[in-house]
Design a protein around this ligand. Sequence first.
Ligand code: HEM
Length: 465
Amino acid sequence: MLDTIVLLLLLALVILITWVTIQHYQPPCKNFPPGPWGIPFIGSFVYFSKPIYKNMWELSKQYGSVYSLKIGHDFRVLVSGSDAIKECLVKKGNDYADRPPLWVFQLSNPRALGIANACFEEAFQRRRRFYHTTLRGLGFGKTSMESKITEEITVLLNHFKEIVDTPLDIKDIIYRSVSNIICSITFGKRFEYTDPEFIYMIDTMHKWFELIQKIFRLNAISFLRPFYRNEINHCANVGKDLHRFCQQQIDDHHATFNEDNIRDFIDAYLDEARSQQSIGGFSDEDLQSVLVDLFVAGTDTTATTLNWALLLMILHPSIQEKVFNEIHESIGVNRLPKLDDRKHLPYTEATLLEVQRFASIAPFALAHSALKDSTLCGYDIPKGTIVILNLWSVHHDPKLWPEPDKFDPNRFYDASTETVQKHDSFMPFSAGRRMCMGEQLAKHELFFILLIYGSTVQVCYTCRD
Ligand code: HEM
């Protein structure tokens, strides 16, 4: 009798678990992309070890270039490979131009203000156009950008002269010089490399990234949040610190604002907010988030790419020498580089492109979400679905890039014509309606700063025991 009861209870338990699992994996619509099953309530994390983008690429070989993953209580649609990503970002760019509301970013930006996390609504699109035009005028355009970058490069060179023969961690200097360029465009001022406030803000930005990575999975697995209270509070405080720093810059600008002398991006924003034709949604709170986005996006991405560039030069001395010789022959040592030099430095340019492909420093772009019911590679994607684009997979597909793990600038260089070769499936800045707003600035910064390193401090390293 007892045996029968135990058996019945076990059977009931099995039925319950099966029912919960089936309910958990019930797709949001009939023709939804397929995907692997994971553990109920936790989801598909079981499949992933680091680096996640490689694991996700592997899964696409089994489930196709568009597949779904259940992560916690949400489905995510994963898009890999050049064709599927182009369909999503370019062909159906309007359908997938939204951003999902992600809890981790809401900790310090609850209303998803600013640029990177903002919903793709009408008012935001108009504000985004205004940012584009304004930034182009202030520093993202060719001439003004050249002068801002040259100004920073001159300081950087003087700094090198002062510390000649002293070992230094180049990473810090790269971060500070890159960050100063965006600071001078947005805040109208650069900071001394030793300024404690500036160093604190850059450290805060690093800390913020680190904490976000630690707690990112809690976006979808909310029931684990109580176990990470300290990290969550820390992340929220660090994010708020970045906002406070930007608000301080806004307050300084309010105090000295003169509509006849628009000095920088903050002035231009305040002017637009005050003007009669203001297009709505302009506020100090929004400006704070816009500045945080520009400061963070404008620093970390470019600085990380430059760190990769230097590392790859160290690891490939013969490529480094070719770059060095090209720079020397074209520019020499008696003047600073100019943007116009770029067309005479095809191998250097190809090397930078290969650094971006190889490193793919933003492997998943930022999360997108479906603005309306749509389709992707024949599957139905309901409005609001979170869509993750694996840009890394585009840059490491062996069908497009033979031996993708090999660093080889010749992929972008035609030796017979000594010209740069464009590649259709190269998208480090993503594509479409939400593509990177700083592409031009970043390209010029990478070019200038690598040139400076190339022509003045040919990269070397000391082996330590
Ligand atoms: C090598 C340097 C850089 C790389 C590789 C890079 C890459 C990217 C990528 C992949 C995205 C996501 C696009 C998407 O979700 O589809 C993005 C967004 C963005 N980037 Fe960059 N970026 C770089 C530098 C910069 C710079 C210098 C700035 C400007 C200050 C900037 C500002 C932004 C902004 C504001 C967004 C959000 C755009 C939106 O949501 O509408 N980025 N970037």
